[in-house]
Design a protein around this ligand. Structure first.
Ligand code: SF4
Ligand code: SF4
Length: 115
């Protein structure tokens, strides 16, 4: 067993140390620059090639028919693993991973990224 006398300086040191955590959500840390959060879809760049949906490992990205007769992707974040493969596969940079990570929602289907 360690002697309290040896531990005491360390314990006292922790009392005066700045906390490692913040009072979220009142206080927020800046997310890392490369964080893969919610994606942003740039409809104007999309050529409806379907590469994003083809390469999505979880089936979160699917091609859906749109009013102009073309198919474009939709991203169901309930299934998304935020791997960014869709953005990687897109030949037109139409999918951008953002640092938005607060994605809590009440019902299934409420977190779908579409145009
Ligand atoms: S980030 Fe990954 S899991 Fe999510 S939609 Fe894109 S490819 Fe699919
Ligand atoms: S890979 Fe890019 S261009 Fe092709 S359908 Fe997906 S978003 Fe559109």
């Amino acid at each position: 067993m360690r002697m309290p006398g040896k531990m005491l300086p360390k314990i006292v040191g922790f009392v005066f140390k700045k906390p490692a955590t913040v009072l979220y959500p009142k206080e927020r840390l800046t997310p890392p620059k490369d964080l893969r959060g919610k994606m942003k879809f740039h409809k104007d760049r999309c050529i409806s090639c379907g590469a994003c949906a083809r390469d999505c490992p979880s089936g979160a990205c699917t091609m859906q028919p749109k009013s102009d007769g073309k198919k474009r992707p939709e991203f169901d974040l309930d299934f998304c693993t935020f791997c960014a493969q869709c953005a990687e596969s897109c030949p037109k940079d139409a999918i951008e991973m953002t640092a938005e990570f607060e994605l809590a929602h009440y019902r299934r289907g409420e977190a779908v990224v579409k145009e």
